[in-house]
Design a protein around this ligand. Structure first.
Ligand code: NAD
Length: 473
């Protein structure tokens, strides 16, 4: 990870880009929907054309990441978001008539959605394309200028994407910047009109503090421990397969990966056996490029440390693949853990890797209680064909989003808002809600030449008394 200090020249450069974008916004504060749609199309064409080099850059940053994973989880999702948003944005941008009460007629009211101005986006390393392009799509659709800060932990992607943006947009439309933590800190101190940060809860706190000095509103897309609850009625092999796919995609380095599984006590053994079959079905060998590497030695050591810590404290480790981990290639063998204890690091910290603690439960109420005793997660997964059980889980827990009977797929629904709650974040984007997140929802009341407003103004006489008597009835 490049944590080198950035020369102050780079920090000055941030300010220059910001000033240029702000001036451009003032010159053209409400770009036409046609122009915004053209920007989205340009972005889509650029991503599509560069997809192979993007996949290569990300793979090099990770040590190895399956290009197929990049195509499915980053390129396809980004292009879908662009298509969906381009299709709807003309309608979203239209003034919306809102009702007025009888007392304010014959005037009328409208809600305008106007661009905020200059938006900042901070991107993590784990899905660097989708987590840059997703917010960028919403912010451009809403008519903003956008500065994107890419992650120093994905430097090759950072270079590729910054070049792509420079080739595709004028600097006062979209500018992508790279740099270490010092640049990131300077970036979030810019007086943006809105700042969207995706990353860890710890850094999210610092970002919100820095934004507070400028009263910059923030959307925080953070992480956490997302549970998967398997109900007694659900076929255990199907649940195991879907949970392990979610766990092993990007080798578990996914904000919405199922972090741990709550499994009926009597079915834990069957679940572990099915999990092993699922992993070996997905990845006949861990050595092949299809299985992604842990992105850095630091993260590999952190995950290996979780296993050691858990084993020392009495957990049982169940390797889900016959091949061992390879620290040189940073391939970590998927492993289930049973007999876990809440004091273990693997049960306290966000795992962000292919380790799956299994927590047994007796009654559904116990599983719900377990989830509710911890910070509100980014995602929750419920596996049941019993609508009553699913409704009980949905009605008695809280999380950023939910997929029922699978993992992660709620994120790919462009018509659904995406965002955490509590420790997993605040605010939402994607689709209509993303358009709104980067718009000023500006209420406008249009008065008519002839109206009754004067009836309530001084001097207060008998007519006022009669009228207010009716109004306060
Ligand atoms: P991170 O918090 O270390 O870094 C994220 C970004 O913040 C990077 O671009 C970095 O340059 C920048 N940054 C670092 N220090 C900063 C500071 N002091 N001030 C301002 N910016 C700073 O996170 P990461 O390791 O890149 O990503 C992993 C985390 O992100 C996990 O917790 C994961 O759950 C979370 N995540 C959340 C989502 C989501 O959509 N909610 C998506 C992906 C990842």
């Amino acid at each position: 990870m490049d944590r080198s200090a950035a020369p102050s020249g780079d920090i000055e450069r941030l300010r220059t880009i910001f000033d240029g974008q702000q001036a451009a916004h003032r010159r053209d504060p409400v770009p036409s929907p046609a122009r915004r749609r053209a920007q989205l199309r340009r972005l889509g064409a650029a991503i599509k054309a560069a997809a192979p080099s993007i996949a290569r850059a990300i793979s090099a940053d990770f040590g190895n990441r399956a290009p197929q994973e990049t195509m499915v989880a980053e390129v396809f999702t980004s292009l879908e978001a662009i298509r969906y948003t381009a299709r709807h944005l003309v309608r979203w941008a239209k003034p919306e008539r809102r009702p007025v009460s009888i007392w304010h007629r014959p005037g009328h009211a409208e809600l305008l959605r106007q661009p905020l101005g200059v938006v900042g986006i901070v991107v993590p390393w784990n899905y660097p394309l989708y987590l840059a392009a997703g917010p960028l799509v919403s912010a451009l659709a809403a008519g903003n200028r956008v500065m994107v800060k890419l992650s120093e932990a994905a430097p090759r992607f950072g270079e590729t994407f910054a070049r792509l943006m420079a080739d595709t947009f004028a600097e006062d439309e979209v500018a992508a910047v790279n740099g270490g933590v010092e640049i990131a800190e300077a970036f979030v101190r810019l007086p943006f009109d809105h700042l969207l940060f995706t990353g860890s809860t710890r850094v999210g706190r610092d970002v919100m503090r820095a934004a507070a000095d400028n009263l910059t509103p923030v959307t925080l897309e953070l992480g956490g421990k997302s549970p998967a609850i398997v109900c007694d009625d659900f076929p255990i092999a199907i649940a195991a397969r879907r949970i392990l796919y979610g766990k092993c995609m990007n080798a578990g380095q996914t904000c919405v990966a199922p972090d741990y599984a709550l499994v009926p006590a009597g079915r834990v053994e069957a679940f572990v056996a099915a999990a092993g079959r699922a992993v070996q079905g997905l990845f006949p060998t861990l050595r092949a490029p299809a299985y992604t590497s842990i992105a850095s030695d630091g993260h590999f050591a952190r995950l290996a440390g979780y296993l050691e810590d858990a084993a020392r404290m009495g957990a049982r480790l169940h390797p889900l693949h016959p091949e061992p981990s390879d620290p040189v290639a940073r391939k970590l063998a998927p492993t289930a853990l049973t007999n876990v204890d809440l004091g273990m690091r693997v049960m306290q910290e966000e795992i962000f890797g292919p380790l799956l603690p299994i927590v047994p439960y007796e009654r559904l109420a116990d599983a719900i209680g377990f989830v509710n005793a911890r910070p509100r997660p980014l995602a929750l997964y419920a596996f049941s064909d019993d609508r009553g059980a699913v409704d009980r889980i949905l009605g008695n827990t809280m999380s950023g989003g939910v997929t029922v009977n699978d993992t992660m797929l709620h994120v790919a629904q462009d018509a659904l808002p995406f965002g955490g709650v509590g420790a997993s974040g605040m605010g939402v984007y994607h689709g209509r809600e993303g358009f709104d997140a980067f718009s000023k929802l500006r209420g406008v009341y249009y008065q008519r030449r002839f109206n009754g407003a004067a009836l309530l103004q001084p001097p207060y006489g008998a007519r006022f008394r009669r009228l207010i008597g009716v109004m306060l009835r």
